[in-house]
Design a protein around this ligand. Sequence first.
Ligand SMILES: [Zn+2]
Length: 315
Amino acid sequence: MANTTSLEVHKFSTMADGADAVLHIHEIIGGAGDGPTVGISGSIHGNENTGSQIIRALWPILSQAPIKGRIRLLPVANPRAFAANHRFTPTDELNLNRQFPGDPKGSFTDQLAAAITREFLEKLDIYIDLHAGTDRPIVDYVYILNDENLSRAFGSRVLYHPKEGVGGTTFSGTSKAVTVDARGCPTVVVELGGGIVDQAPYVQRGVDGVINMLKAAGVYDEDPVAPPSQIVVRGIDSIGSTQGGWLETEAPALGEKIDGGAVLGRVVSPYTFEELEVISNPVEKGIMILSHPRRNLVEPGDFAYMVGDLADAED
Ligand SMILES: [Zn+2]
């Protein structure tokens, strides 16, 4: 039997300019029989739109694929932040990924989180949340939360198994708890892409990775490809720039190892041309997770680099 597709538009509020506040959710019902309901979301952070591009590319493929169960796609989770290319919701400057499970009587972002929880998260058996590195840094790792095999099936070289959960993320929307040990719907957060570079290679990796996860989840009648050799880090250091200006990177590429004290990059003034800051790697034995591979503008406190800690890493 052929798959059936539909587009749901869920209105949850009205904006002051008269526009409806809505969520767009695509559903694909597989024609190959019963299976899990898998949800895939992008742009929870509005300036991380690589995930929205991956979902755009997945839709025509999954619509035609011999799949079981249901796929629910939320291509743009935070439309107002997406339109403004902004991490937070411009209406109230809140981080959607800290407001779950939301509150229908709360701030605008609380209402948005509540609508996503009600119309999307609560209907899922498996959840894949696609994040990226914004239009400046590029990022490349996958979280292990409560389903390690599913996380590994995406195929990234570096995985991050945090020691503690963070409150208010989408994961707490699916698990009703904020610890990484919570038993809820299997959830994977992917961090991939970003930067002022062509996103096509990341979109292709995202499409391939998600389809391999769907095979691991039994959505396809096909075995997943075994992942490459992978490293699981238990800690990540986020290193911000304290000065604003041009960030000039000297660090190795993402996925490469870096020793403690090595120079990650330098902040240079676009005005006086002087070197304002040398950013060095604080992790004794590290691996590159987030970086600015080309000259980018940074403000004080921006994400400059993320380095995974190999000291207690696992294979
Ligand atoms: Zn994000």
